[in-house]
Design a protein around this ligand. Structure first.
Ligand SMILES: NC(=O)c1ccc[n+]([C@@H]2O[C@H](COP(=O)([O-])OP(=O)(O)OC[C@H]3O[C@@H](n4cnc5c(N)ncnc54)[C@H](OP(=O)(O)O)[C@@H]3O)[C@@H](O)[C@H]2O)c1
Length: 307
């Protein structure tokens, strides 16, 4: 039976056989259509199909499919809720990552994993290189750092890509929140002293497939951690202004005032880094991937999100 599967897979014209976790997330939902368009065979698993906190399920599912590469887009991403649910956050972001890495090591399959700028404390004025010491300010960042370390300990053939401020068509994100509030309210206050790089989910998906192709090429030797962050760097308030201005080109909004406020006027359960800017030189120079300008992608996205 196993032999039959191996023969039929060899005969199929698929360029690559990929297993994707977290397939219903913002990034996961962008990866599947892109991979299919490239003719890849993809097993796209949402949480109900594969819960990565279950080591037996991970082992069984991954070994049965025998992917050439695993893309992990599954994560606990509720930054504020994580403060009161640390066990759940660590179960997914640390233990889930470890289970995947252990199984990938067992079958010799590379693992591509996404991490976050929130592993840093954001107090540094210069961009953070990959080698900068971590300093997570909250449970989410700490659990993502622990996941990175678990992967490093379990399997050398990994690529961990730290991204930031993800937005896109699917799932919950800042762009959708601002569009909703701008349609409901006349005034809106947005934090203006936290800076970052908005990063389009569709660009992350494209980057992941590019890395997957490179990782499977003979002699690939660029394993490790890299940074991929959209540019230009902006504050949340700047980003909200760009969202509202773009939406106004398409529709009338009741919003009259978009007020900049300091973080201290918008207390949240989790503290966030004020200036977590990622140095993206490695992905550019060694892997040939340019970080994206988020503005044209936002312009293209907003008409699709408006009613
Ligand atoms: N969102 C951001 O702004 C941001 C910023 C920096 C880095 N990142 C990182 O980027 C990656 C992708 O993020 P995203 O924005 O696409 O996140 P997302 O939209 O929250 O998607 C994460 C997916 O993981 C699934 N998931 C949660 N627990 C799981 C489990 N135990 N087993 C399997 N699947 C599980 C979720 O399913 P349910 O919906 O059923 O929970 C969800 O579909 C993550 O690694 C995240 O940490 C995100």
């Amino acid at each position: 039976m196993e032999g039959d599967d191996a023969i039929s897979n060899r005969e199929k014209p698929y360029a690559m056989k990929v297993l994707l976790t977290g397939a219903q997330g913002q990034v996961g939902q962008e990866i599947t259509p892109l991979a299919l368009r490239q003719g890849w065979q993809i097993l796209a698993l949402e949480r109900a199909a594969l819960d990565i906190t279950d080591p037996q399920a991970v082992r069984k599912t991954v070994t049965a499919f025998q992917p050439q590469i695993v893309l992990n887009c599954a994560a606990y991403t509720a930054v504020d809720l994580a403060e009161s649910q640390p066990q759940q956050a660590f179960a997914v972001n640390r233990d889930g990552a470890r289970h995947l890495a252990a199984t990938c090591a067992e079958i010799g399959c590379p693992l591509l994993h996404i991490s976050t700028d929130y592993v840093f404390d954001g107090t540094q004025s210069d961009p953070y290189p990959e080698t900068a010491p971590p300093g997570p300010l909250g449970v989410y960042g700490a659990s993502k750092w622990a996941g990175e370390e678990a992967i490093r300990a379990a399997w050398s053939n990994h690529l961990i890509v730290r991204v930031s401020w993800v937005f896109g068509f699917h799932g919950k994100n800042f762009v959708k929140t601002i569009l909703r509030l701008a349609a409901e309210r006349e005034t809106l206050a947005v934090v203006a002293d936290q800076y970052g790089g908005p990063t389009p989910a569709v660009a992350i998906a494209d980057m992941m497939l590019n890395l997957a192709r490179q990782a499977l090429a003979p002699g690939f030797g660029q394993w490790g951690t890299c940074h991929y962050q959209g540019w230009p760097v902006v504050s949340w308030h700047d980003f909200a202004q760009a969202i509202v201005a773009t939406a106004r080109e398409q529709t009338r909004l009741p919003l009259r005032e978009l007020r900049p406020i300091p973080t201290r006027d918008y207390p949240t359960p989790a503290q966030r880094p004020a200036h977590a800017i990622l140095d993206c030189q490695r992905i550019r120079d060694q892997l040939g991937i340019d970080p994206p300008d988020w503005r044209p992608i936002l312009n293209h996205l907003i008409p699709r999100l408006l009613p």
